[in-house]
Design a protein around this ligand. Structure first.
Ligand code: C3B
Length: 826
């Protein structure tokens, strides 16, 4: 079989199948046929999972119709392709996404009702594709969907991990990590393309080949070679107008079994090579915003980079008469963070060593093809690799990095940079053992480098890439993140979607900017009531899940105050917990105050090796256990930690939130994207002036968002002074009281949380003491607002009405215009 973008190896005159019909009767018939002939079950005895598979296959047929049509359009138009290289694609479930984007909701529901099967229930049986950690991976998934929706010829390239992001259980209040197994029952969305495979090398030697009359050539002879095999998943855009491809690579051994070894009795040794090869794509590293650092991680990075580049070059040569000089006119390659940064060196190797182009021409092509997105300024997340590891694993790429480095340093010296500045731009960090700086490699090999919010981009220019920015002032630009309104409004919040449709018509589904049409209804009591009724229904749905999973009863009319995201010190779940404890104390000591009922909801995973983050999870669960059992605060305060946060749980939570917690230490959250999903669904934000919160403030208006705390500049200044939290804590009885109860054993044994608490008295690095008072006061303003449900409702409506700019369609159009020079609506 030929890959879908190819015309095929043999020309056949077979009749084209007729595209599938979308009425419910046709669907009902096909679902029954799939159940019988693809799954081998009788409708009378089929289990729910069988029905899910049958529906998926029937929907998939329709996707394939659109997919093949898009692919032949791609060949005809020859339009520029955008290849998005990302180590992570946090896609989540695909069935509902496909059904909604294809406009099949009604038809599928009706078709299944004929068999008395409920589509909503089936959808919940689909496993989440959790091939990512958090924001960065979810952004890649939103971008893939938006590229298909706005009509860009987009290709996602990544890794087909056998085990995605770990499953989190809470045992005795603590996080336990369990393996995730999304492929256990097969994956109907993927198509294996065995013929689309490439050899990937590791280790070995570089030899110089001298031929008479020719310049010497370098040839890499890897010691180890493995196979990268493509698995394609269709990415359905809005209305199915375009279906793009997500191509994930799986590692296989060239020889699946060493027969000689097997025959001589070494049964385990015979399989060692296969196991070693396959290990590359077995597991996703659960490290978000900090460095994993192991050799296997570098192998993963090179494996998927090299496979993707070989595929891109093969495709280009085939479609463009073998001419690589036109590559930058036909392809843009976006590097999603530094994880694929080794691509810069590998592209040079492929162009120079394999395809025989000159160095200068190759370097020019490379820079014009690549662009790079930076997602964090946290020093612990900036990838560097020890030179000796790099050299051992990728000897030729290391030579190339040295050659690029020499060239960059020459350029810098010519432009008058002196010693310290030159070592700042060197691709090799000579400081702590010699290490290759992947961010610098990505920077010099790209024509455009972008940050993910206005503030983050400005900080990039001033901090990590300061010297590079001085050298190449035109290269850094901003592309504020966005989220797809299909998944994060239409799919997760059907109630709100129907209400907005009823109020202003369905046009906002095609063009989310039209949702601003409900702004004028924010003061309309009738509309506001309906809006809040939808919110209440969504809260009831979440309350039911909380009851089922945790046996905690929460009141859906209480304020749902939510912080869900990866657990990280800079995201400051600890600040939220300290405020929770302080509130608990105050409610008990001041029963005369009109406290407003709140449910504090937390969810998120900690990297398995991140001790402080795990402590924060433990504390959240300890606090929940104690407060929920205390009859004196019963209906005023409940605390919930929902285990195993993932995309599906997010789809349940976002529409049910009243208050969204976006409280990172200013300057540290590059953008945030959860902040956008909450506000789009009508939650008010309490947040710092960090990441995209800054731009949300501009769009939503200061009356409708609750900003508090130190600014990024103030945080930097306090850090430079090395201020401790002690004075602040001693001056604040509320804060001190809360910290004392945390460390004195009110929530678990005394001393358990000493580390977290002592840090605040020390240098208060995350500004928890410094920001506490402002946070506390802002929360109390929100209490007051909650009492005035009309005022709250008005602000909630305005949030939904004013968030359209944060659609990933807008982000993607900006990338297409400013970075890729790629057409939309193809
Ligand atoms: C995240 C950042 O932490 C978020 O602020 C940002 O919104 C997203 O990326 C998307 O840009 N991020 C991440 O999830 N993983 C990293 N390794 C680095 C940043």
């Amino acid at each position: 079989t030929a890959a879908p973008e190819d015309a095929g190896d043999v020309a056949v005159a077979a009749p084209k199948p007729t595209p599938r019909r979308n009425d419910s009767a046709s669907l009902a018939k096909e679902i029954a046929e799939k159940l019988t002939y693809a799954i081998g079950k009788d409708p009378a005895t089929a289990r729910r999972h069988d029905w899910l598979e049958a529906v998926t296959l029937a929907v998939r047929d329709r996707i394939v119709d659109h997919w093949l049509a898009s692919n032949s359009r791609n060949v005809q138009s020859g339009a520029k392709r955008v290849c998005y290289l990302s180590m992570e694609f946090l896609i989540g479930r695909l069935l509902r996404d496909a059904i909604i984007n294809l406009g099949l909701s009604e038809a599928v529901r009706d078709a299944l009702s004929a068999y008395d099967v409920d589509i909503d229930l089936l959808e919940t049986l689909e496993p989440d594709a959790a091939l990512g950690n958090g924001g960065l991976g979810r952004l890649a998934a939103c971008f893939a969907e938006s590229m298909a929706s706005v009509g860009i010829q987009g290709f996602g390239y990544g890794i087909r991990y056998v085990h995605g992001f770990f499953r989190q259980e809470i045992v005795g209040g603590e996080q336990v990590e369990l393996p995730e197994n999304w492929l256990a029952h097969g994956n109907p969305w993927e198509f294996e393309r065995r013929e689309r495979s490439f050899e990937i090398g590791f280790g070995g030697k570089v030899t110089t080949i001298e031929e008479a009359g020719k310049p010497p050539r370098q040839v890499w002879r890897p010691a180890e070679r493995i196979l990268a095999v493509a698995y394609d998943t269709p990415v359905v855009g809005w209305k199915g107008t375009r279906v793009n491809t997500l191509r994930l690579w799986s590692a296989q051994a060239l020889d699946p079994i060493l027969l000689d070894a097997f025959n001589s009795g070494d049964h385990i040794g015979a399989l060692l090579e296969a196991n070693r090869a396959q290990s590359i794509t077995q597991v996703l590293y659960p490290a978000d915003s900090h460095l994993a650092g192991q050799e296997l991680r570098l192998r993963q990075e090179f494996f998927f980079s090299s496979a993707s580049l070989q595929d891109i070059i093969r495709h280009h040569l085939k479609r463009n008469g073998g001419d690589l000089s036109t590559l930058p006119d036909k392809v843009s390659i976006q590097l999603n963070d530094t994880h694929p940064a080794v691509s810069v060196a590998e592209m040079m190797r492929l162009l120079v060593d394999v395809h025989g182009l000159g160095w200068d021409e190759s370097w020019d092509i490379t820079k014009r093809v690549f662009s790079y997105t930076n997602h964090t300024l946290l020093p612990e997340a900036l990838e560097t690799w020890p030179v000796n590891l790099f050299e051992r694993l990728l000897p030729r790429q290391m030579q190339i990095i040295y050659a690029i480095n020499a060239q960059i340093i020459r350029e810098a010296t010519q432009k008058g940079l002196d010693g310290a500045k030159v070592s700042a731009i060197s691709l090799i960090d000579e400081g702590s053992g010699r290490r290759v700086r992947m961010g610098s490699l990505a920077f010099v090999g790209s024509h455009a480098i972008n940050g993910v919010s206005a503030l983050h981009t400005e900080l990039m220019k001033k901090t990590v890439f300061n010297q590079f920015h001085e050298l190449y002032p035109e290269r850094i630009q901003n592309k504020t993140n966005g989220v797809t309104p299909r998944r994060w409004l239409l799919e997760c919040n059907p109630g709100l979607t129907d209400l907005v449709t009823e109020a202003i018509g369905p046009g906002f589904k095609d063009d989310i900017t039209k949702i601003s049409g409900i702004d004028k209804l924010a003061d309309d009591a009738g509309f506001r009531e309906k809006f809040m009724a939808v919110k209440l229904a969504n809260k009831q749905r979440l309350a039911k899940t909380i009851e089922e999973r945790l046996a905690i009863t929460v009141d859906p009319t209480a304020m749902f105050d939510v912080q869900v995201k990866r657990i990280h010190e800079y995201k400051r779940q600890f600040l939220n917990l300290v405020e929770t404890v302080a509130l608990y104390d105050q409610i008990r000591s001041h029963p005369e105050i009109a406290w407003q009922p709140r449910v504090k909801i937390f969810a998120g995973k900690a990297a398995p090796s991140y001790a402080n983050a795990k402590q924060i999870i433990h504390l959240a669960n300890d606090v929940a256990r104690v407060i929920n059992a205390d009859p004196s605060v019963q209906n005023l305060l409940k605390v919930v930690f929902l285990p195993n946060y993932n995309v599906s749980l997010a789809e349940l939570i976002m529409p049910a939130a009243d208050l969204s917690e976006q409280i990172s230490t200013a300057g540290l959250e590059a953008s945030g994207t959860g902040n956008m999903k909450f506000a789009l669904n009508g939650a008010l934000t309490i947040g710092t002036l960090d990441g995209a919160n800054v731009e949300m403030l501009e769009h939503i208006g200061e009356d409708n968002i609750f900003i508090f705390g130190l600014t990024a500049a103030e945080v930097a200044a306090r850090r430079a002074e090395g201020q401790s939290g002690r004075e602040i804590i001693d001056a604040s009885p509320i804060l001190k009281g809360a910290l004392d109860s945390i460390s004195h054993g009110v929530f678990g044994e005394p001393g358990r949380y000493n580390n977290l608490v002592d840090n605040l008295y020390g240098n208060d690095w995350w500004m928890i003491a410094a920001d506490f008072e402002a946070y506390w006061q802002t929360q109390r303003r929100l209490d007051a607002l909650w009492q005035d449900s009309d005022a709250w409702g008005t602000k909630a409506v305005r949030n939904t009405a004013r968030m359209a700019w944060f659609s990933s369609d807008r982000s993607i159009r900006e990338y297409a215009k400013d970075i890729w020079d790629a057409p939309t609506s193809v």
